[in-house]
Design a protein around this ligand. Structure first.
Ligand SMILES: [Zn+2]
Length: 421
């Protein structure tokens, strides 16, 4: 199984050592045979994939080994400026100056597990790796998976309320499952996941709470699996009462498949109705939507300016919906020009004027009867609606369901598996 390659390390005892022990300590003759220990894996997280400039400082000792010498860094060195200048990586302050020629790979290695480095003032455990060549300017944090989760779970779910405990346990297992899949299916040789919304938001040791520590400790090594194999799990903030179900999506790992729906309903109560985004109303002006269209379709600036100067007429209508009601395709017409929008672009063309995406695809849109340049959008939920509804999990937790029941409700085809103790 693939799992074993990553997670198992055989304890090998050399023949000479065995012989020595045999002679010196005959009482060891009856000890149990050597067993296989399964250790938690390390994961590599990309903090930045286009490094230009950053700050770096240390709390505790970190070792940088270069060809010519070994250098130790600690808190007495203060804040360093890290920048890419042409062919060089420059690391400097008034106490240290390094000008390193690229391509290069450097590692700042902590002396102890509890040592911390601060990258742009965010504290991290583990190693800091920098990879620079013609096509990469990567900043990577490598650390054990359980440590990684400490920087993920607090950013996926509100963690201050002890009554959310079972939902936080469920989220911790889902986040660990996400990491496991990424380790088992690396998409490149440098890192497994991004530290932002492209994967799971990860912010090192920035936010911690006793509840998070308990959740990670009590679920240590537990993941969701499909027939014992790693699986790409999905989760989202709020489904609005209607989950999107992609049949066989877990078993085929995301291949196109049939979309159906399910209600996020238990005991005749919608699980996520306590979410602040359960229902919402947003307003967009025609000018904002036009700017979004310009960005998404890379429209010519002079054309857009002409429309803005001379006046334009915008209509927006839903062409089709998925089962459950999420918009499948949207048609926007600016004067005579038609734009058909689907996928992530539906939420993108309806961003607000500070660039926030529309919360979900589950909405109705109506033009104002008195002002044709104004649109009301009445909607439900936040996120794509697939996999676990995080506010729904919180709702179930508040009503006394445990994390086994929560995970079984949202991922009925998956089972909990322990990778390591
Ligand atoms: Zn929900």
């Amino acid at each position: 199984m693939r799992l074993h390659r990553f997670f198992r390390m055989k304890i090998c005892v050399g023949f000479a050592l065995v012989l020595m022990l045999w002679q010196c300590a005959p009482q060891l003759r009856h000890t149990a045979p050597a067993v296989e220990e399964v250790h938690q894996p390390e994961i590599r997280i990309c903090l930045d994939d286009s490094l230009r400039e950053a700050t770096l400082r240390f709390d505790g000792n970190f070792l940088l080994e270069l060809e010519e010498a070994r250098y130790w860094f600690d808190e007495t060195i203060g804040e360093l400026n890290v920048s890419v200048r042409g062919e060089y990586l420059v690391i400097k302050n008034d106490k240290r100056f390094f000008e390193l020629t690229t391509p290069l790979q450097v590692v700042f290695q902590p002396q102890y597990e509890y040592n911390t480095f601060y990258w742009n003032d965010i504290p991290y455990s583990g190693k800091l790796l920098l990879y620079l060549d013609k096509s990469h300017r990567l900043v990577i944090n490598q650390l054990p998976v359980e440590k990684y989760l400490e920087g993920v779970v607090p950013f996926e779910m509100p963690t201050q309320n002890p009554e959310y405990r079972e939902a936080i346990f469920a989220q911790t297992i889902a986040a660990r499952t996400y990491a496991w899949y990424a380790i088992e299916h690396p998409e490149n040789e440098f890192y497994h996941l991004f530290a932002d919304e492209r994967d799971q938001v990860y912010r090192g040791k920035l936010r911690s709470s006793p509840l998070i520590e308990t959740a990670i400790k009590k679920t240590r090594g537990k993941v969701l699996a499909l027939n014992d194999h790693s699986v790409r799990v999905q989760f989202h903030s709020t489904c609005g009462g209607i989950l999107e179900v992609r049949s066989d999506s877990e078993s085929t790992n995301g291949n196109p498949n049939t979309i159906t729906m399910a209600y996020d309903l238990m005991d005749n109560e919608f699980n996520c109705k306590i979410s602040p985004k359960y229902r919402w109303v947003e307003v967009r002006t025609a000018e904002t939507v036009l700017q979004n269209l310009k960005h998404e379709f890379q429209l010519d600036s002079s054309l857009v300016q002409k429309w803005l100067d001379e006046g334009f007429h915008l209509t927006i209508e839903v062409v089709s919906r998925k089962p459950g009601g999420r918009v499948n395709q949207l048609r926007l017409v600016v004067n005579e020009r038609e734009f058909l929008v689907d996928g992530y672009r539906i939420r993108a063309v309806l961003r607000d004027d500070v660039g926030e995406m529309l919360p979900s695809e589950l909405f109705f849109i109506n033009q104002s009867p008195t002002n044709p340049g104004k649109f009301y959008i009445v909607g439900a939920g936040y996120g794509h609606g697939r996999g676990m509804c995080q506010w729904g999990a919180i709702g179930m937790s508040l009503r006394g369901y445990n994390y086994h029941r929560i995970l079984n409700f949202y991922y009925p085809e998956l089972s909990i598996k322990t990778l390591y103790q």
